[in-house]
Write a protein that binds this ligand. Structure first.
Ligand SMILES: [Zn+2]
Length: 232
């Protein structure tokens, strides 16, 4: 908290970063849970992020995830994931193999994709940390409700992109920043494990750096194909 220097953008590494919002604005003195965080925005890629010195420790972070009760038996959760699974599987060729990155404590999307006929590996830094799956190449990679948890989203997304075969699909889900007014009242920012907040502008910046064009088939759902720059 006592840091005075501005952090570097964890997506594009720019140091043109400005203060965006602080939880201390508009907060009453309720005392409880009022450990506010600060949010910076990168002027180059528009990412909004919490500075590294306000991140949870790995232990604190895992303790939060252990509270999640998502599972393949949860129809509501399946419905939520189907907003990505539907448009993604419609674009996959028969026999496509993929990876669900950040599969969490109760892997569900991978189960749904397997049920549809697509072999899907899982990786999760806390719950399925088999590094060998990261050495493979895939026809598709999914990361649902993951990018907002990444302290180094630029490096992580570049790594996933490099693991895709030519013509492969990357499917992401995350809630997006609209504007500062909405952000100030956004429940999504209050999850202490959420530290990187993307907007359409941020994704556009990222995908431009990859020289590809994205599709947005539903709210908060992003699909992008490796090698898509020549077709459209
Ligand atoms: Zn940036």
């Amino acid at each position: 908290m006592a840091e005075s220097k501005s952090p570097v953008c964890p997506l594009c590494n720019a140091n043109t970063v400005v203060e965006y919002w602080s939880d201390c604005h508009g907060r009453g003195s309720d005392g409880k849970g009022s450990k506010g965080r600060d949010y910076y925005q990168c002027e180059q890629c528009q990412l909004v992020f919490v500075p590294p010195w306000q991140h949870l420790s790995a232990e604190e972070e895992k303790a939060q995830y252990d509270l999640h009760e998502n599972s393949p038996e949860d129809d509501h959760y399946r419905q939520f994931l189907s907003r990505l699974a539907g448009p993604l599987t419609a674009r996959l060729h028969c026999g496509a193999k993929g990876l669900d990155f950040g599969s969490g404590p109760g892997p569900t999307l991978s189960v749904m994709l397997e049920e549809t006929g697509f072999t899907t590996d899982v990786y999760d830094v806390f719950y399925a940390a088999d590094q060998t799956v990261l050495d493979r190449q895939y026809d598709f990679i999914t990361a649902t409700e993951v990018v907002e948890h990444l302290s180094q989203p630029g490096d992580e997304l570049d790594r996933l992109w490099a693991m895709l075969k030519p013509g492969g699909w990357l499917g992401l889900m995350t809630k997006m920043v609209l504007n500062k007014e909405a952000f100030s009242q956004w429940h999504y920012k209050n999850d202490p494990t959420h530290i990187s907040f993307f907007s359409r502008e941020t994704f556009d910046y990222l995908f431009q750096s990859w020289d590809v064009t994205a599709e947005y088939p539903a709210n908060d759902v992003i699909l992008v194909r490796k090698g898509s720059q020549k077709e459209s």
